[in-house]
Design a protein around this ligand. Sequence first.
Ligand SMILES: [Zn+2]
Length: 98
Amino acid sequence: MDDFLPPDLRTPRREELTGMLMPWDKPLIIDGEVTACPQCGTYRDWIIITIREEVWLRCRAGHETHEHRLDTAWFNRNSGPMTHWHATLEDGLDAFGH
Ligand SMILES: [Zn+2]
Protein backbone atom coordinates (compact mmCIF):
# COMPACT_ATOMS: atom_id res chain seq x y z
CA MET A 1 0.00 0.00 0.00
CA ASP A 2 2.49 2.56 1.15
CA ASP A 3 5.44 2.73 -1.18
CA PHE A 4 6.89 5.96 0.12
CA LEU A 5 10.24 5.69 1.71
CA PRO A 6 10.62 6.98 5.24
CA PRO A 7 11.17 10.75 5.16
CA ASP A 8 14.78 10.52 6.24
CA LEU A 9 15.57 8.34 3.25
CA ARG A 10 13.67 10.46 0.76
CA THR A 11 15.35 13.70 1.79
CA PRO A 12 18.86 13.93 0.48
CA ARG A 13 21.26 14.57 3.30
CA ARG A 14 22.42 17.81 1.82
CA GLU A 15 23.11 19.83 4.93
CA GLU A 16 26.71 18.73 5.15
CA LEU A 17 27.43 19.50 1.53
CA THR A 18 25.36 22.51 0.70
CA GLY A 19 27.11 25.78 0.33
CA MET A 20 25.96 28.93 -1.35
CA LEU A 21 27.96 31.47 -3.26
CA MET A 22 27.30 35.01 -4.20
CA PRO A 23 29.45 37.44 -6.09
CA TRP A 24 30.09 40.72 -4.28
CA ASP A 25 31.76 43.24 -6.57
CA LYS A 26 31.59 46.28 -4.37
CA PRO A 27 33.59 46.85 -1.19
CA LEU A 28 32.25 44.76 1.66
CA ILE A 29 31.50 46.84 4.71
CA ILE A 30 31.19 45.08 8.06
CA ASP A 31 30.61 47.07 11.25
CA GLY A 32 31.34 50.26 9.36
CA GLU A 33 34.73 49.10 8.08
CA VAL A 34 35.73 48.05 4.62
CA THR A 35 36.92 44.46 4.77
CA ALA A 36 40.20 43.70 3.04
CA CYS A 37 41.78 40.37 2.23
CA PRO A 38 44.34 39.70 4.99
CA GLN A 39 46.66 38.13 2.44
CA CYS A 40 46.64 40.49 -0.51
CA GLY A 41 44.75 43.53 0.75
CA THR A 42 42.13 43.63 -1.97
CA TYR A 43 38.81 44.96 -0.80
CA ARG A 44 36.41 44.26 -3.64
CA ASP A 45 35.42 41.63 -6.15
CA TRP A 46 34.66 38.91 -3.61
CA ILE A 47 32.88 35.66 -3.80
CA ILE A 48 31.05 35.18 -0.54
CA ILE A 49 30.59 31.57 0.44
CA THR A 50 28.36 30.21 3.13
CA ILE A 51 28.73 26.65 4.23
CA ARG A 52 27.86 24.93 7.51
CA GLU A 53 26.66 28.19 9.09
CA GLU A 54 30.00 29.82 8.36
CA VAL A 55 30.71 32.64 5.97
CA TRP A 56 33.93 32.70 4.00
CA LEU A 57 35.24 35.44 1.78
CA ARG A 58 37.19 34.54 -1.30
CA CYS A 59 39.13 37.23 -3.07
CA ARG A 60 39.98 37.34 -6.74
CA ALA A 61 43.39 35.82 -5.98
CA GLY A 62 41.71 32.80 -4.40
CA HIS A 63 42.49 33.55 -0.76
CA GLU A 64 39.75 32.28 1.51
CA THR A 65 39.11 33.88 4.85
CA HIS A 66 36.61 32.80 7.47
CA GLU A 67 34.63 35.91 8.35
CA HIS A 68 33.45 35.44 11.93
CA ARG A 69 31.38 38.60 11.94
CA LEU A 70 29.08 37.31 9.23
CA ASP A 71 26.77 34.35 9.38
CA THR A 72 24.23 32.53 7.29
CA ALA A 73 21.46 34.89 8.38
CA TRP A 74 23.48 37.83 7.08
CA PHE A 75 24.11 35.94 3.86
CA ASN A 76 20.42 35.20 3.38
CA ARG A 77 19.50 38.83 3.98
CA ASN A 78 21.95 40.00 1.37
CA SER A 79 21.74 37.38 -1.31
CA GLY A 80 19.11 37.24 -3.97
CA PRO A 81 17.21 34.10 -4.82
CA MET A 82 19.39 31.19 -5.80
CA THR A 83 19.70 31.03 -9.55
CA HIS A 84 22.00 28.10 -10.16
CA TRP A 85 22.71 24.84 -8.53
CA HIS A 86 26.29 23.61 -8.78
CA ALA A 87 27.48 20.17 -7.90
CA THR A 88 30.70 21.41 -6.36
CA LEU A 89 32.19 24.56 -4.98
CA GLU A 90 34.65 24.59 -7.85
CA ASP A 91 31.82 24.54 -10.38
CA GLY A 92 30.23 27.48 -8.66
CA LEU A 93 33.46 29.45 -8.59
CA ASP A 94 33.99 28.71 -12.26
CA ALA A 95 30.53 30.02 -13.02
CA PHE A 96 31.46 33.33 -11.44
CA GLY A 97 34.81 33.40 -13.21
CA HIS A 98 36.89 32.93 -10.09
ZN1 LIG B 1 43.54 37.91 -1.32
